[in-house]
Design a protein around this ligand. Structure first.
Ligand SMILES: [Zn+2]
Length: 278
């Protein structure tokens, strides 16, 4: 690889930078242990990529993006890796049908060849399901029909991808259906009201809250977020729609934390739904 001073100078601004050349510089300087050169290149990449959100892919192309993402993991650049993955997932989730499908296929190719990208692998499938409207509220959840309407046939996926997509969708729908009922309350020996009030109060609060959502999402993550929004920030949960007195949940803080945790850890476990091997 030949490079002139003017080529290096051109890498400093977004208007003239050649991202793929910068990535090659990192790979070479890493191989021959030119640490200053390597660090200079990483710093520039950080600046360009984080300073121009959504612009990386048009500059880079899928093949080079895969190389860059793997290099980020090899060189312990987790922040940049997260940024690139987010842009990639956004591309799958918010583009038109054709672009979304191309972004998914490139993501699956990349993830299947990598030992680092299990989480990204699961998120890519999930983003695609959202992109084709598989979780839109409606009378029935029919993924084949939804994809067909969007001009996509499951036959464009190989058998393994088809299986993962359908399995993931089924698993997420099962999770969403389980959320119709309140998550089971854990025992709490230190609470003397647990069986008589906390348990029925919690079940009642959940029922009243979820039934109060006008158009509940079929996406378990969005549904959990809707419930989380309705949690009072402080004080006890209670059910008021009884002829007798309200039922209070004495363990409200624990249950509030549990819903928040379910919501925040949903994406952490997304690869499990799509049977991505560890
Ligand atoms: Zn209790």
């Amino acid at each position: 690889m030949r490079i002139r001073p003017s080529d290096l100078f051109a890498q400093r601004t977004w208007g003239t930078v050649d991202i793929n050349r910068l990535v090659r510089l990192i790979a070479i300087s890493r191989k021959y242990e030119f640490e200053d050169f390597r660090d200079w290149s990483w710093n520039l990449l950080h600046k360009h990529i984080t300073g121009n959100p959504g612009e990386l892919l048009p500059r880079c192309g899928w093949q080079h993006l895969e190389r860059l993402l793997n290099l980020c993991y090899d060189c312990q650049q987790p922040q940049l890796a997260q940024h690139i993955e987010k842009e990639w997932i956004d591309r799958i989730q918010t583009s038109g049908v054709g672009a979304s499908c191309a972004a998914l296929e490139a993501a699956l190719d990349t993830a299947e060849r990598s030992s680092y990208l299990r989480h990204f692998h699961g998120r890519a499938y999930y983003a695609y399901l959202k992109a084709v409207g598989a979780f839109q509220p409606g009378p029935a959840l029919k993924i084949g029909e939804t994809m067909g309407q969007a001009g996509i046939s499951l036959s464009s996926f190989n058998d393994q991808r088809k299986l993962r997509l359908v399995q993931g969708f089924w698993s997420l729908v099962q999770l969403r259906l389980r959320l119709i009922a309140a998550p089971e309350i854990d025992p709490n020996p230190s609470c003397s009201h647990h069986t008589g009030e906390c348990a029925p109060g919690w079940n009642g609060w959940w029922k009243e809250t979820t039934e109060g959502i006008k158009t509940p999402s079929c996406d378990p993550s969005e549904f959990l977020q809707e419930i989380e929004k309705r949690l009072p920030r402080s004080g006890s949960l209670f059910v008021s729609n009884r002829a007798a007195r309200a039922i209070y949940v004495y363990c409200s803080a624990t249950l509030r934390a549990r819903v928040q945790q379910m919501s925040s850890t949903f994406l952490d476990n997304i690869a499990d739904h799509f049977m991505i091997p560890p």
